[in-house]
Design a protein around this ligand. Structure first.
Ligand SMILES: *[C@@H]1O[C@H](CO)[C@@H](O)[C@H](O)[C@H]1NC(C)=O
Length: 420
C-alpha cells in the first residue's frame, strides 16, 4: 500500500513537472485570460481598409519600389475547409488565390494577372527579392498548399495513410508596375512538407520553414501545445535549373536548422547574413546567422514576447540618426490562439490580435512595444505586419509610420498610423 502510495505520488509529481511549463506558457501565449484592449486611433490614423485583400497571410514591403506584395486567398469561404497551415484538410475546398500589389500611397490593392500559371493556388508565406539582372523587376516566392492528387483520387477507404496535402513553392517573376506576373517554375522537395514562410537569399536560393512535423491528429496537437515538441525545422533549397518543367527537378535541399518549437515565420534580418525566425506558439523571435558555406543557420539571439509570434519583418528607419534610430522588428500574432481550434472553422468567428515592435536599446536589451491591438472588430487575426515610414514634419522629432496589418483569416488588410 505504502509502496503504491509513493508510486502514485511520484507519478503526480512527474505529471505536474511535465505539465506545469505547458500550463504556465499557455496562460500567457494562448490568451485564455486576456481581455483585448482595441487600440484607440486618433483623427487621420485609420484604420484604412484595403479593398480586395481577402485572407492574405503574409505581406512584404519592397522598399526599392515602395510597394507592398501579398498573396491572398481571394475567396472568403474556402480557407475554413482547406488550409493545411491550420490543419484544415478538406481537399475539395482548395481555392485559387493570387498575388497582389498594394500601393501604400494610394492604399489600393491590385491583383496581378498570371501569364502562364493555371490551377489551384492556396497561399501562405511569400518573399520578394530583387532581380539581380533587372532593377525594374522582382522574383516572388510563394507557398502553394496543393491537395495531394493521390489523396483526391483515392476512395474514402483508400485514403488512410495517404498524405492529404502536397505543398510546393511557386517562383514568379514580375516587372514592377506591370499588371502581370510570370510563373518561373514550381519547387517540390520531400524535405519541404509543411511549408509556412520563405526567406530568399537570391532567385536561386531560399530558406523555408516546416511549421509542423505532423499534418493532423494527436501528434500535431501535441506539437501545438507541448513546449518540448521541437519537431519543426528550416530547409535550405538551391535551384540549379530555373527552367525545369518538373517541380522536383534541378534543385537540391538540406536541413538548415532543426530543434525549434513550431518555427513559423521567416524574414530578412539587419544584414545580408542575418535571418529572423519566429516560434509561433512559443512566442519568441530568434535572430540567426546564415552560413553561406554549408547553408545552415546558427541562432545567436532570442527575443521573447507574450503572444503568438507569426511572420516577422525588419523595419529600417530611413530617418535614423546616431542618437535616434527607430529601426526594429515587427511581428503580428493572434492574442487568443487558444480558441483557434474552434474559431478557425467559423466564418463568423472572432480572433483578437496584437502587433508588436521591438528595438534594441543602447545597452543591448530588446524593448518591446505594442503597436496595435484589436478585438477582431476592425481586423480578424494578424499574421504579418510591415511599417511604411512617414516623412517627419515640423521637426518635433516624432517618428511615425503606416502599419499594414494582415491575417490568415482577415477579410481585409488594414493600415493604421503609429508612433514608433
Ligand atoms: C557551418 O559553417 C559555419 C561557419 O563555418 C560553422 O560555424 C558551423 O558550425 C557549420 N555548421 C555545420 C552544421 O556544419
Amino acid at each position: 500500500m505504502a509502496l503504491l502510495g509513493s508510486a502514485f505520488l511520484g507519478l503526480i509529481t512527474l505529471l505536474v513537472a511535465l505539465l506545469a511549463p505547458t500550463v504556465i506558457h499557455y496562460s500567457k501565449i494562448g490568451g485564455p485570460f486576456l481581455t483585448p484592449k482595441p487600440t484607440v486611433l486618433g483623427e487621420g490614423q485609420g484604420p484604412i481598409v484595403i479593398e480586395d485583400t481577402v485572407h492574405c497571410e503574409d505581406v512584404h514591403h519592397y522598399r526599392p519600389a515602395n510597394l507592398l506584395f501579398t498573396a491572398c486567398e481571394d475567396e472568403i469561404t474556402t480557407r475554413f475547409d482547406w488550409f493545411p497551415g491550420l490543419g484544415h484538410l478538406e481537399p475539395h475546398a482548395a481555392g485559387r488565390g493570387s498575388i497582389h500589389v498594394v500601393d501604400p500611397k494610394t492604399m489600393k490593392s491590385s491583383r496581378l494577372i498570371f501569364e502562364n500559371f493555371e490551377g489551384q493556388f492556396v497561399t501562405h508565406g511569400i518573399d520578394v527579392i530583387a532581380d539581380p539582372k533587372n532593377a525594374a523587376a522582382v522574383y516572388i516566392f510563394a507557398v502553394n498548399h496543393l491537395p495531394n492528387p493521390a489523396f483526391v483520387q483515392a476512395s474514402e477507404k483508400e485514403r488512410e495513410g495517404i498524405e492529404s496535402a502536397r505543398s510546393q513553392i511557386e517562383l514568379f517573376h514580375h516587372v514592377l508596375h506591370s499588371k502581370t506576373v510570370q510563373h518561373v517554375r514550381s519547387i517540390r522537395h520531400s524535405l519541404v512538407y509543411t511549408p509556412n514562410d520563405i526567406s530568399a537569399v537570391s532567385p536561386e536560393e531560399f530558406y523555408v520553414t516546416n511549421d509542423h512535423y505532423y499534418r493532423d491528429g494527436l501528434l500535431r496537437l501535441i506539437e501545438d501545445i507541448w513546449p518540448f515538441a521541437k519537431w519543426s525545422n528550416i530547409i535550405n533549397v538551391r535551384i540549379s535549373d530555373m527552367k525545369a518543367k518538373d517541380a522536383t527537378a534541378g534543385l537540391d535541399a538540406s536541413v538548415a536548422h532543426s530543434g525549434l518549437w513550431n518555427n513559423n515565420g521567416l524574414g530578412a534580418g539587419r544584414s545580408d547574413d542575418e535571418i529572423v525566425i519566429s516560434s509561433a506558439v512559443g512566442g519568441e523571435l530568434y535572430l540567426g546567422q546564415l552560413h553561406a558555406v554549408n547553408h545552415t543557420i546558427s541562432i545567436h539571439t532570442t527575443i521573447p514576447f507574450d503572444t503568438v509570434t507569426d511572420n516577422p519583418s525588419y523595419y529600417t528607419d530611413p530617418y535614423r540618426s546616431e542618437s535616434d534610430d527607430a529601426s526594429g522588428f515587427v511581428v503580428a500574432g493572434v492574442s487568443q490562439g487558444i480558441y483557434l481550434g474552434q474559431t478557425g472553422h467559423d466564418i463568423n468567428g472572432k480572433d483578437p490580435l496584437q502587433v508588436w515592435y521591438t528595438r534594441q536599446t543602447s545597452s543591448g536589451t530588446w524593448e518591446n512595444k505594442l503597436l496595435f491591438e484589436d478585438d477582431s472588430s476592425r481586423i480578424r487575426t494578424a499574421s504579418a505586419a510591415v511599417l511604411v515610414p512617414i516623412e517627419p514634419k515640423g521637426g518635433n522629432g516624432r517618428k511615425q509610420a503606416w502599419l499594414f496589418v494582415t491575417g490568415f483569416l482577415s477579410e481585409s488588410m488594414v493600415a493604421v498610423q503609429v508612433d514608433l
